[in-house]
Design a protein around this ligand. Structure first.
Ligand SMILES: C[S@@+](CC[C@H](N)C(=O)[O-])C[C@H]1O[C@@H](n2cnc3c(N)ncnc32)[C@H](O)[C@@H]1O
Length: 287
């Protein structure tokens, strides 16, 4: 089945409800060339902001079961609350919206330093969304104790609550299986013809460019090797896999033998303006 581009345009309703480092929103047009024509079961093991999932679901290309995984517990809790308790989440965010100030930001940020204050899933998700929209650059970074430590950003009018985005995302997530999982676990779930889109933390372009936005900046070369191993095992199982990464020699060597396509991405990985600009990324396909 081929997709009518008009259909894609008119049904773009659901979109990411979080700012997330490495978001793929800007690459969707280039990715259109690479998505498989039909998709059965859909897996996104590094879901992050979920730009690819929301795009595929909005353009009605996910008729089958959907599995969204990530290692970040705060992120997965937020997805589940958006799916299951969106009204309560909207109410809690409305309170953050009217309370927003420097003092409120740092008080909310400190809740993970106080026992029991984040036991309620809705409170926890509202905090994650509020901090995401008001912190510096929408970064997610925690210290060695797992405590969120990004300073407040300087936004004149941060979008703390966008009810339509949350309701559309909630509708899109109905029925999705959303779990905290390490990417290595997907191998046990995979069946022939499943489609996997992998968007791992990128291999750094240089050691100094190494980006510290994720859980504990702990995605190293061995993780990249393990991921390439999973990609090969899934290929042997008859799954269709698409993966994006930076276009380093290391990554291209790991996936030698697969179809490698280049895309141009605009990246702001440093606060320094020299770290911004167009960079080439690679898309790896096993079909
Ligand atoms: C590049 S981001 C994904 C971007 C996303 N596709 C988007 O469009 O916004 C990478 C994600 O991988 C997650 N991650 C890091 N290590 C992981 C692991 N070992 N297993 C699963 N997820 C992991 C991070 O929490 C982060 O959300």
């Amino acid at each position: 089945m081929s997709v009518d581009p008009q259909d894609v345009l008119v049904s773009q309703s659901a979109k990411p409800f979080l700012k997330w480092a490495g978001g793929k929103q800007q690459l969707l047009t280039q990715f259109e060339l690479f998505f498989p024509p039909t998709i059965g079961r859909y897996f996104e093991p590094f879901v992050g902001g979920g730009a690819v999932f929301f795009h595929l679901v909005s353009s009605r290309r996910l008729p089958g079961p959907v599995f969204l995984f990530d290692k970040n517990e705060e992120l997965i809790n937020a997805y589940r609350v958006v799916r299951d308790r969106v009204d309560e989440l909207i109410e809690a965010l409305a309170v953050h919206k009217v309370s927003h100030s420097k003092e409120h930001y740092y008080q909310t940020r400190s809740l993970d330093r106080q026992d029991g204050r984040l036991n309620d899933r809705v409170v926890r998700a509202a905090r994650t969304l509020y901090l995401n929209k008001t912190c510096y650059n929408g970064l997610y970074r925690v210290n060695s104790k797992g405590q969120f430590n990004v300073p407040m950003g300087s936004y004149r009018n941060p979008q703390i609550l966008n009810e339509n985005v949350l309701r559309d995302a909630s509708a899109a997530l109905q029925g999705a299986d959303i779990q905290v999982r390490d990417f290595r676990e997907v191998i046990d779930l995979a069946q022939a013809d499943d489609f996997f889109y992998f968007d791992p933390p990128y291999d750094p372009l240089s050691k100094t460019a190494s980006f510290t936005g994720y859980t504990a900046n702990d995605f190293g070369e061995q993780d990249q090797r393990d991921l390439a191993g999973i990609f090969k095992q899934l290929t042997e199982k008859g799954c269709r896999c698409m993966l994006s990464n930076s276009s380093t020699d290391f990554v291209c060597d790991l996936y030698a033998g697969f179809r490698l396509e280049k895309v141009q991405a605009r990246r702001a990985v440093n606060s320094d303006k020299n770290g911004r600009g167009d960079i080439e990324e690679v898309v790896v396909l096993n079909y």
